[in-house]
Design a protein around this ligand. Structure first.
Ligand code: THU
Length: 159
């Protein structure tokens, strides 16, 4: 038997002032996207913004449904839209934010498991790491790759 540990390196920012302009703008775009959220059931207005290698920013927000599983998270709305409009352009970063009744979430918003899996597919497809900014009003957490959020992930490989 052998036991091994996995470590994840997370960068914590206390303010967007610590970030480059392109990431400040990306985070602002994620907040802007919260206003287009349709969340009558959870009232959790999530917004995501993806930065493409060509400099374009694509926004998405959560879209809920009375039949709960039919809704979709902000991250997947943004990533699927970006990949469908620009099928040859890698995503280089994503920012995820949320607000409830107009008040920004205090804690960083971490993507759900299904969004992690979908982001990983986009990362692998373009062989390009996606920086993930998980935004809260009091602190922002960042990882350099979605792989950091989904260790020991499934991969279809011949054995
Ligand atoms: N949600 C997102 O859009 N992104 C996340 O990272 C977490 C959760 C949505 C799904 C649902 O519409 C609502 O927030 C509550 O779970």
């Amino acid at each position: 038997m052998n036991r091994f540990n996995l470590t994840v390196s997370v960068t914590e920012y206390n303010s967007t002032e610590e970030l480059d302009d392109r990431y400040k703008d990306l985070i602002q775009a994620a907040y802007d996207a919260c206003s287009t959220s349709y969340a009558p059931f959870s009232k959790f207005n999530a917004g995501a913004a993806v930065l493409l290698e060509n400099g374009e920013t694509i926004k998405g927000s959560n879209q809920e449904n009375a039949a709960y599983p039919s809704g979709l998270c902000a991250e997947r709305v943004a990533v699927f839209y970006a990949n469908s409009v620009y099928p040859d352009t890698p995503i280089t970063a994503i920012a995820i934010a949320a607000s409830v009744s107009g008040t920004p979430n205090k804690d960083p918003v971490y993507p759900c498991g299904s969004c992690r899996q979908s982001l990983l597919q986009s990362e692998r497809r373009f062989r390009k790491n996606i920086r993930v900014f998980m935004v809260g009003s009091e602190k922002i957490h960042m990882v350099e790759s979605i792989k950091d959020l989904l260790p020991l992930s499934f991969e279809m490989k011949e054995s």
